[in-house]
Design a protein around this ligand. Structure first.
Ligand SMILES: *Cc1c(COP(=O)(O)O)cnc(C)c1O
Length: 223
């Protein structure tokens, strides 16, 4: 086995054993391979080991990989920051976007999503640790944004995403889940919590994560 295949098997094993501990079905957690800065060759190794869902942070790099790999049945998620001038390419090339924190960006993606594609699947990125410097919608503004994004026809609001501050993962994951529960009570059909990375996928799954975003522990350290 290549190192990447080995690493993938280990990450899948961690997901499986944490799900057992949590009394959850292991199929209820999607492993998203975060491939930013990794080579096409590395992605192909992951794909050969059964990985189909990949996430990218940098648009130009992502578009190059998507074009080179267009004959493979891969699913692409965008998890990086989004400027207005990037929304068209994102709307045209991705299945999911996890990093929506403003109505303006959501409206542009809705306008620019090609009608012959499935709706763009959306997670709102929440500034869950309330860091003034961190990107994301505040918990106070979350419901208003969620209701407006949910009304956009070519987007499909699926859930919430967060990157907790270091050392704060466990309580942040529980808080994000509580945000999701409140929105569900308000009538939004949310089924997704995008939380947990290489270092903290276990507490994320314990708190209810349905998508873990793992880079380093699959591909090795980024260069
Ligand atoms: C890079 C990145 C990850 C992956 O982080 P690792 O610690 O390498 O697993 C997950 N989510 C986001 C938003 C990222 O930018």
């Amino acid at each position: 086995m290549t190192t990447i295949a080995n690493n993938l098997a280990q990450v899948r094993q961690r997901i499986q054993s944490t799900c057992e501990k949590a009394g959850r079905d292991p199929h209820s957690v999607v492993l998203l391979a975060v491939s930013k800065t990794q080579s096409v060759e590395a992605l192909l190794q992951a794909h050969a080991a059964g990985q189909v869902v990949f996430a990218e942070n940098y648009l130009q790099e992502a578009l190059t990989k998507i074009e080179i790999l267009k004959d493979y049945p891969l699913e692409w998620h965008y998890i990086g920051p989004i400027q207005s001038n990037k929304t068209k390419a994102i709307a045209e090339h991705f299945s999911w976007v996890h990093s929506i924190a403003s109505l303006k960006i959501a409206e542009r993606l809705n306008q620019q999503r090609p009608e012959d594609m499935a709706p763009l699947q959306i997670c709102l990125q929440v500034n869950i640790s309330d860091e003034s410097s961190k990107f994301g919608v505040s918990t106070a503004e979350l419901e208003a944004l969620a209701q407006k994004v949910d009304a956009l026809p070519l987007l499909r609001l699926r859930g919430l995403m967060a990157i907790p501050k270091k050392g704060d993962s466990e309580s942040a994951f529980i808080k994000l889940r509580q945000c999701q529960e409140r929105l569900i009570q308000k009538g939004l059909a949310l089924d997704t919590l995008s939380m947990g990375m290489s270092a903290d996928l276990e507490p994320a799954i314990m708190a209810g994560s349905t998508i873990v975003r793992v880079g380093t522990d699959i591909f090795g350290a980024r260069v």
